[in-house]
Every structure is written in C-alpha cells, then in structure tokens.
Design a protein around this ligand. Structure first.
Ligand code: SAM
Length: 206
C-alpha cells in the first residue's frame, strides 16, 4: 500500500484526540443546507467526525482510502443510514450525477491531485448539486506568502498541502465557488460552498 494512504492508518488511533473542528464542520454543512431525502457523499470521511452532525432523512455514502480510518467511522453514530466503502476520492466508483451534495472536509488538500478530487466530486453531483468544503487553501492570486512556501514541504510530507489554489481549480473542475469565509487560524482554514451549475459541463471552465 502506498505511504500516502498508509500514514492515515497510522494516524487513525490518534486522530480524534487532535482533530475535532466541530464549529467549522457545522458551518460548512449549514451552508450546504441539506434537506431530507437528499443523497450525500462524504469523500475522505476519515473517522466519521461529520456523521453525528448530519440531519435525519438523508441517504449517506461515506468513503475513505484508509482502512484504519474507515473502521473508526463505522462505529460513529449518525441520524441517517450510512453506507461505507473503501475508495479513492480522486476516482470515485459512483455513476455521474447521483448525489445532491458532496462533503469535502479536509480532503482536497490531502490528496496528490486536488483537481481530480474536485472533478470527481463535480461528476457525481447532479446539476445544481453542491459541495460543502472545509479545508486549508490559497486564494490562487499570485504566489503564496513566504511562510506558506517554507512550511509547505514539511506539511505535505506529514499530511497536507497549504497552497492548493481552490478558487482557481474550482472552475476547471466545472464548479462555481458561491461562498467562502475564514473558519480557523486567521483564515488558514476556510469553509466554502461550491455548486455544479445546471448548464455547466463538468470539464468546462466558467
Ligand atoms: C485530514 S483527514 C480528514 C478526515 C475527515 N474528512 C475529517 O474531516 O475529519 C484526511 C482523510 O483523507 C483520507 N484520504 C487520503 N487520501 C485519500 C484518497 N486518495 N481518497 C480517499 N480518502 C483519502 C485519509 O485516509 C483521511 O481519512
């Protein structure tokens, strides 16, 4: 198994001790305005910290590439039924347009190819469907600041890219960034709502 995935198996027993982020998760889900009857995908669900925050009446799929993380998610309570699967968020085994909402919390900055992850989320969303995103990213304007560039190699080795240019990648993935706001650590972490526009082809730019 590749190291990028294996490290999450190693982090899994400790993950919930260090990571919670309940408030930004709630805010991101609030922006997505989930309604009863909707089909929701959580891509890179980790230990399932989002599951208890979901309302009842949804149909939820939760996927992750790490067996260790996914095992913990299986035990997490959720008011809606959840189906779990081991899956790469950059290559989802779901048909086109089969979800109303995709939750991307702390995953786009983790995967080797963030654009592929966004494209796959856009592909499985119905036209008009939306993405609830919570992550670190760069505004895509100019070069990231020196501190971000200096820290990034170490951060990438340990877990995460600080400089994914989300606002630039979104249109390339066929998504519109309709709202974003700072969430934590003076805006290092942000929450965003993205939408697959009804008339937009998945690979077209806006
Ligand atoms: C920082 S954790 C975030 C977990 C969860 N979304 C959360 O908000 O707590 C990143 C997760 O992405 C998963 N992951 C890493 N690469 C992946 C990939 N290519 N496809 C799916 N999941 C992946 C890891 O196993 C880990 O569970």
């Amino acid at each position: 198994m590749n190291w990028r995935i294996r490290r999450w198996d190693l982090y899994a027993p400790l993950y919930d001790r260090f990571i919670s982020f309940a408030a930004p998760r709630r805010r991101s889900l609030e922006l997505a305005a989930l309604r009863a009857g909707e089909r929701v995908l959580i891509a890179g669900c980790g230990t399932g910290l989002d599951l208890p925050l979901l309302p009842a009446g949804l149909s939820v799929h939760a996927v992750d590439a790490s067996p260790g993380m996914l095992r913990r998610a299986l035990a997490r309570p959720c008011a809606s039924p959840v189906r779990f699967a081991l899956m790469d968020a950059q290559q989802l085994a779901f048909p086109d347009a089969c979800f109303d909402c995709v939750v991307l919390h702390l995953i786009v900055a983790i995967v080797p190819d963030p654009l592929a992850c966004l494209r796959e989320a856009a592909r499985v969303l119905r036209p008009g469907g939306r993405i609830a995103l919570f992550d670190k990213y760069h505004d895509g304007r100019g070069r990231p600041r020196l501190v971000r560039r200096v820290l990034n190699p170490l951060m990438k080795l340990l877990a995460t890219d600080l400089n994914v240019p989300l606002p630039r990648l979104a249109p390339e993935a066929g998504l519109q960034l309709t709202h974003e706001e700072p969430a934590l650590m003076r805006g290092l972490f942000r929450v965003a709502r993205l939408e697959r526009a009804p008339q937009m082809g998945v690979n077209s730019s806006v």
